[in-house]
Design a protein around this ligand. Structure first.
Ligand code: VAH
Length: 318
Protein backbone atom coordinates (compact mmCIF):
# COMPACT_ATOMS: atom_id res chain seq x y z
CA UNK A 1 0.00 0.00 0.00
CA UNK A 2 1.22 3.45 -0.99
CA UNK A 3 0.59 6.57 1.11
CA UNK A 4 0.90 10.10 -0.31
CA UNK A 5 1.06 13.28 1.76
CA UNK A 6 0.23 16.61 0.12
CA UNK A 7 -1.89 14.68 -2.36
CA UNK A 8 -4.09 17.66 -3.21
CA UNK A 9 -1.16 19.79 -4.34
CA UNK A 10 0.04 20.53 -7.86
CA UNK A 11 2.19 17.42 -8.15
CA UNK A 12 0.24 15.27 -5.68
CA UNK A 13 -3.00 15.52 -7.64
CA UNK A 14 -1.45 14.08 -10.77
CA UNK A 15 0.98 11.67 -9.11
CA UNK A 16 -1.87 10.15 -7.07
CA UNK A 17 -3.81 9.42 -10.26
CA UNK A 18 -0.73 7.90 -11.90
CA UNK A 19 -0.01 5.67 -8.90
CA UNK A 20 -3.66 4.57 -8.76
CA UNK A 21 -3.57 3.59 -12.40
CA UNK A 22 -0.41 1.63 -11.77
CA UNK A 23 -1.14 -0.07 -8.46
CA UNK A 24 -4.97 0.05 -8.26
CA UNK A 25 -7.31 2.45 -6.43
CA UNK A 26 -7.38 0.36 -3.26
CA UNK A 27 -3.60 0.26 -2.96
CA UNK A 28 -3.10 4.01 -2.88
CA UNK A 29 -4.16 6.21 0.04
CA UNK A 30 -4.01 9.91 -0.65
CA UNK A 31 -3.77 12.31 2.30
CA UNK A 32 -3.68 16.06 2.73
CA UNK A 33 -4.37 18.73 5.35
CA UNK A 34 -7.17 19.95 3.07
CA UNK A 35 -10.29 17.88 2.29
CA UNK A 36 -10.28 15.77 -0.87
CA UNK A 37 -11.49 17.37 -4.07
CA UNK A 38 -14.99 16.18 -5.02
CA UNK A 39 -15.24 13.31 -7.46
CA UNK A 40 -11.73 11.82 -7.09
CA UNK A 41 -11.90 8.05 -6.96
CA UNK A 42 -9.92 6.10 -4.39
CA UNK A 43 -9.20 6.35 -0.70
CA UNK A 44 -8.52 9.66 0.96
CA UNK A 45 -7.68 10.52 4.60
CA UNK A 46 -7.29 13.93 6.17
CA UNK A 47 -3.79 13.88 7.62
CA UNK A 48 -1.27 16.41 8.87
CA UNK A 49 2.13 14.75 8.76
CA UNK A 50 3.18 17.08 11.60
CA UNK A 51 1.06 14.80 13.78
CA UNK A 52 3.38 11.82 14.20
CA UNK A 53 0.89 9.67 16.08
CA UNK A 54 -1.83 9.94 13.43
CA UNK A 55 0.70 9.23 10.73
CA UNK A 56 1.95 6.17 12.61
CA UNK A 57 -1.57 4.81 13.21
CA UNK A 58 -2.44 5.14 9.54
CA UNK A 59 0.79 3.49 8.38
CA UNK A 60 0.30 0.64 10.85
CA UNK A 61 -3.41 0.11 10.22
CA UNK A 62 -3.05 0.08 6.45
CA UNK A 63 0.23 -1.80 6.25
CA UNK A 64 1.82 1.01 4.25
CA UNK A 65 4.92 -0.08 2.31
CA UNK A 66 5.75 3.15 0.45
CA UNK A 67 5.37 6.81 1.39
CA UNK A 68 5.51 9.71 -1.09
CA UNK A 69 5.95 12.72 1.16
CA UNK A 70 4.89 15.66 -0.99
CA UNK A 71 3.43 17.99 1.66
CA UNK A 72 5.50 21.18 2.06
CA UNK A 73 5.35 24.98 1.92
CA UNK A 74 7.02 26.25 -1.27
CA UNK A 75 9.48 29.06 -1.92
CA UNK A 76 7.40 32.22 -2.36
CA UNK A 77 4.76 31.43 0.25
CA UNK A 78 7.49 30.22 2.60
CA UNK A 79 9.09 33.66 2.70
CA UNK A 80 5.91 35.11 4.21
CA UNK A 81 6.43 33.09 7.39
CA UNK A 82 9.97 31.67 7.63
CA UNK A 83 9.70 30.05 11.07
CA UNK A 84 6.45 28.28 10.28
CA UNK A 85 7.82 27.11 6.94
CA UNK A 86 10.88 25.62 8.58
CA UNK A 87 8.76 23.93 11.22
CA UNK A 88 6.20 22.50 8.82
CA UNK A 89 8.75 21.31 6.27
CA UNK A 90 11.15 19.78 8.81
CA UNK A 91 8.73 18.32 11.36
CA UNK A 92 6.67 16.60 8.72
CA UNK A 93 9.74 15.11 7.02
CA UNK A 94 11.30 13.89 10.27
CA UNK A 95 7.98 12.29 11.27
CA UNK A 96 7.76 10.53 7.92
CA UNK A 97 11.35 9.26 8.19
CA UNK A 98 10.96 8.15 11.79
CA UNK A 99 7.62 6.42 11.20
CA UNK A 100 8.95 4.78 8.03
CA UNK A 101 12.01 3.48 9.87
CA UNK A 102 10.19 2.17 12.94
CA UNK A 103 7.18 0.72 11.09
CA UNK A 104 9.29 -1.05 8.47
CA UNK A 105 8.17 0.94 5.41
CA UNK A 106 10.11 -0.24 2.32
CA UNK A 107 10.59 2.99 0.39
CA UNK A 108 10.15 6.72 0.85
CA UNK A 109 10.05 9.40 -1.86
CA UNK A 110 11.16 12.90 -0.87
CA UNK A 111 10.87 15.77 -3.35
CA UNK A 112 13.71 18.27 -3.33
CA UNK A 113 14.12 21.25 -5.63
CA UNK A 114 16.43 23.44 -7.67
CA UNK A 115 15.84 25.96 -4.83
CA UNK A 116 18.57 24.19 -2.81
CA UNK A 117 21.17 26.03 -4.93
CA UNK A 118 22.28 29.62 -4.38
CA UNK A 119 24.73 32.22 -5.60
CA UNK A 120 27.93 30.31 -4.92
CA UNK A 121 27.00 27.49 -7.28
CA UNK A 122 27.59 27.57 -11.03
CA UNK A 123 24.10 28.72 -11.93
CA UNK A 124 24.66 28.49 -15.69
CA UNK A 125 24.50 24.67 -15.55
CA UNK A 126 24.50 23.48 -11.96
CA UNK A 127 26.12 20.09 -11.36
CA UNK A 128 24.52 17.56 -9.04
CA UNK A 129 27.31 17.76 -6.47
CA UNK A 130 27.38 21.47 -6.06
CA UNK A 131 27.67 23.74 -3.07
CA UNK A 132 24.24 24.34 -1.49
CA UNK A 133 23.71 27.89 -0.22
CA UNK A 134 19.96 28.33 -0.54
CA UNK A 135 18.50 31.81 -0.04
CA UNK A 136 14.91 30.89 0.84
CA UNK A 137 13.72 29.08 3.94
CA UNK A 138 12.08 26.56 1.60
CA UNK A 139 15.46 25.91 -0.03
CA UNK A 140 17.16 25.65 3.36
CA UNK A 141 14.57 23.13 4.52
CA UNK A 142 14.96 21.03 1.37
CA UNK A 143 18.77 21.09 1.55
CA UNK A 144 18.56 19.92 5.16
CA UNK A 145 15.90 17.37 4.20
CA UNK A 146 18.10 15.84 1.50
CA UNK A 147 20.83 15.33 4.05
CA UNK A 148 18.37 13.73 6.45
CA UNK A 149 17.27 11.42 3.65
CA UNK A 150 20.86 10.34 3.10
CA UNK A 151 21.38 9.97 6.85
CA UNK A 152 18.42 7.60 7.19
CA UNK A 153 19.68 5.58 4.25
CA UNK A 154 23.21 5.27 5.55
CA UNK A 155 22.48 4.89 9.22
CA UNK A 156 19.29 2.80 9.12
CA UNK A 157 19.17 1.43 5.58
CA UNK A 158 15.86 3.19 4.90
CA UNK A 159 15.41 3.31 1.12
CA UNK A 160 14.74 7.02 0.64
CA UNK A 161 14.87 8.37 -2.94
CA UNK A 162 14.74 11.98 -3.99
CA UNK A 163 14.60 14.29 -7.02
CA UNK A 164 15.44 17.98 -7.30
CA UNK A 165 12.47 19.10 -9.38
CA UNK A 166 12.51 22.21 -11.53
CA UNK A 167 9.30 24.26 -11.88
CA UNK A 168 6.54 21.84 -12.89
CA UNK A 169 4.12 22.75 -15.67
CA UNK A 170 0.82 20.91 -15.98
CA UNK A 171 -2.79 21.60 -16.94
CA UNK A 172 -4.42 19.28 -14.39
CA UNK A 173 -3.73 21.18 -11.17
CA UNK A 174 -2.83 24.64 -9.90
CA UNK A 175 0.59 25.40 -8.41
CA UNK A 176 0.58 26.84 -4.90
CA UNK A 177 3.01 29.41 -3.64
CA UNK A 178 6.08 28.82 -5.83
CA UNK A 179 8.34 31.15 -7.78
CA UNK A 180 7.84 29.13 -10.96
CA UNK A 181 4.02 29.38 -10.82
CA UNK A 182 4.00 31.96 -13.64
CA UNK A 183 4.81 29.19 -16.12
CA UNK A 184 1.42 27.59 -15.44
CA UNK A 185 -0.62 30.78 -14.97
CA UNK A 186 0.53 32.15 -18.32
CA UNK A 187 -1.21 29.34 -20.23
CA UNK A 188 -4.50 29.94 -18.43
CA UNK A 189 -4.39 33.60 -19.46
CA UNK A 190 -3.48 32.71 -23.04
CA UNK A 191 -6.46 30.36 -23.34
CA UNK A 192 -8.80 32.90 -21.74
CA UNK A 193 -7.64 35.39 -24.40
CA UNK A 194 -6.23 37.69 -21.75
CA UNK A 195 -2.84 39.39 -21.44
CA UNK A 196 -0.61 38.01 -18.69
CA UNK A 197 1.37 40.10 -16.21
CA UNK A 198 4.44 38.14 -15.20
CA UNK A 199 5.89 38.51 -11.70
CA UNK A 200 9.38 37.66 -13.01
CA UNK A 201 11.45 39.76 -15.41
CA UNK A 202 11.44 38.84 -19.12
CA UNK A 203 14.92 37.28 -19.21
CA UNK A 204 14.78 35.21 -16.01
CA UNK A 205 15.79 31.75 -17.20
CA UNK A 206 14.81 28.89 -14.89
CA UNK A 207 14.77 25.10 -15.14
CA UNK A 208 11.27 23.75 -15.88
CA UNK A 209 9.71 20.38 -16.56
CA UNK A 210 6.44 19.20 -18.04
CA UNK A 211 4.15 17.33 -15.61
CA UNK A 212 4.24 14.03 -17.56
CA UNK A 213 8.03 14.08 -17.46
CA UNK A 214 8.04 14.86 -13.72
CA UNK A 215 5.64 11.99 -12.98
CA UNK A 216 7.51 9.55 -15.20
CA UNK A 217 10.83 10.49 -13.57
CA UNK A 218 9.36 9.93 -10.11
CA UNK A 219 8.01 6.49 -10.96
CA UNK A 220 11.17 5.50 -12.84
CA UNK A 221 13.34 6.49 -9.88
CA UNK A 222 11.09 4.69 -7.40
CA UNK A 223 11.02 1.53 -9.52
CA UNK A 224 14.74 1.49 -10.30
CA UNK A 225 16.73 -1.35 -8.72
CA UNK A 226 18.04 -0.27 -5.33
CA UNK A 227 21.70 -0.57 -6.39
CA UNK A 228 21.09 1.79 -9.31
CA UNK A 229 20.14 4.62 -6.96
CA UNK A 230 23.60 5.84 -6.08
CA UNK A 231 22.83 9.38 -4.98
CA UNK A 232 21.00 9.35 -1.68
CA UNK A 233 20.76 13.09 -1.10
CA UNK A 234 18.88 14.03 -4.29
CA UNK A 235 19.15 13.78 -8.08
CA UNK A 236 19.15 16.87 -10.30
CA UNK A 237 16.26 16.44 -12.73
CA UNK A 238 16.19 18.54 -15.89
CA UNK A 239 13.42 19.06 -18.41
CA UNK A 240 14.08 22.25 -20.36
CA UNK A 241 15.05 25.80 -19.40
CA UNK A 242 13.47 29.04 -20.54
CA UNK A 243 12.67 32.63 -19.58
CA UNK A 244 9.23 34.30 -19.51
CA UNK A 245 9.93 36.11 -22.81
CA UNK A 246 10.60 32.77 -24.48
CA UNK A 247 7.30 31.29 -23.27
CA UNK A 248 5.49 34.37 -24.51
CA UNK A 249 7.14 33.99 -27.93
CA UNK A 250 6.36 30.26 -28.04
CA UNK A 251 2.70 30.91 -27.16
CA UNK A 252 2.51 33.62 -29.85
CA UNK A 253 3.59 31.10 -32.48
CA UNK A 254 0.26 29.36 -31.76
CA UNK A 255 -1.81 32.33 -30.56
CA UNK A 256 -0.42 35.43 -32.29
CA UNK A 257 -2.57 37.85 -30.25
CA UNK A 258 -1.18 36.82 -26.88
CA UNK A 259 0.65 39.54 -24.93
CA UNK A 260 2.75 39.46 -21.78
CA UNK A 261 3.68 42.32 -19.48
CA UNK A 262 6.22 42.31 -16.69
CA UNK A 263 5.88 43.48 -13.09
CA UNK A 264 8.65 41.71 -11.16
CA UNK A 265 8.02 41.45 -7.41
CA UNK A 266 9.89 39.79 -4.50
CA UNK A 267 9.87 36.52 -6.41
CA UNK A 268 12.37 38.02 -8.87
CA UNK A 269 14.97 38.07 -6.07
CA UNK A 270 14.24 34.45 -5.28
CA UNK A 271 14.60 33.43 -8.92
CA UNK A 272 17.87 35.40 -9.24
CA UNK A 273 19.56 32.99 -6.83
CA UNK A 274 18.44 29.88 -8.72
CA UNK A 275 20.11 28.05 -11.62
CA UNK A 276 19.38 28.86 -15.27
CA UNK A 277 19.71 25.17 -15.97
CA UNK A 278 20.85 22.12 -14.10
CA UNK A 279 23.00 19.20 -15.15
CA UNK A 280 21.18 15.91 -14.66
CA UNK A 281 23.99 13.62 -15.92
CA UNK A 282 23.88 11.34 -12.83
CA UNK A 283 20.10 10.73 -13.23
CA UNK A 284 20.66 9.84 -16.88
CA UNK A 285 23.59 7.55 -16.09
CA UNK A 286 22.24 5.83 -12.96
CA UNK A 287 18.62 5.10 -13.84
CA UNK A 288 18.25 6.17 -17.45
CA UNK A 289 16.46 9.52 -17.15
CA UNK A 290 15.54 11.29 -20.39
CA UNK A 291 12.98 14.11 -20.67
CA UNK A 292 10.50 14.10 -23.56
CA UNK A 293 9.09 17.66 -23.56
CA UNK A 294 10.81 20.82 -24.81
CA UNK A 295 9.26 24.29 -24.60
CA UNK A 296 7.34 24.04 -27.90
CA UNK A 297 5.86 20.68 -27.01
CA UNK A 298 4.89 21.98 -23.56
CA UNK A 299 3.14 24.97 -25.18
CA UNK A 300 1.22 22.92 -27.71
CA UNK A 301 0.13 20.38 -25.12
CA UNK A 302 -0.84 22.92 -22.44
CA UNK A 303 -2.84 25.07 -24.85
CA UNK A 304 -4.61 22.04 -26.31
CA UNK A 305 -5.68 20.63 -22.95
CA UNK A 306 -6.71 23.95 -21.43
CA UNK A 307 -8.61 24.83 -24.60
CA UNK A 308 -10.49 21.51 -24.48
CA UNK A 309 -11.36 22.09 -20.85
CA UNK A 310 -12.59 25.62 -21.56
CA UNK A 311 -14.74 24.27 -24.40
CA UNK A 312 -16.26 21.53 -22.26
CA UNK A 313 -16.87 23.97 -19.37
CA UNK A 314 -18.63 26.26 -21.82
CA UNK A 315 -20.67 23.30 -23.05
CA UNK A 316 -21.73 22.44 -19.50
CA UNK A 317 -22.69 26.05 -18.83
CA UNK A 318 -25.07 26.20 -21.78
C1 VAH B 1 8.87 26.84 -6.17
N1 VAH B 1 8.15 25.26 -7.82
O1 VAH B 1 8.84 27.69 -7.06
C2 VAH B 1 8.83 25.40 -6.57
C3 VAH B 1 10.18 24.87 -6.68
C4 VAH B 1 11.44 24.86 -8.75
C5 VAH B 1 11.24 25.52 -7.47
O2 VAH B 1 10.52 23.79 -5.98
O3 VAH B 1 8.97 27.11 -5.01
Amino acid sequence: TVLITGANGQLGTVLTRALRERYGNEKVISTDVRPAPAGEPGRFELLDAMDEENLRQLVRREGVTQIYHLGAILSARGELDPMRTWKVNMDALLNVLEVARTEGVDKVFYPSTIAVFGHNADLSCTPNHSVLNPTTVYGISKAAGENWAQYYFERYGLDVRSLRYPGIIGYQSAPGGGTTDYAVEVFHSAVAGEPYTCFLAAETTLPMIYMDDAIRATIELMEAPKEAVKIRTSYNLAGCSFAPAEVAAAIRRIRPDFTMEYAPDFRQDIAAGWPDRIDDAPARADWGWKPAYDLDRICTTMLEHLQQRAASDAGVAQ
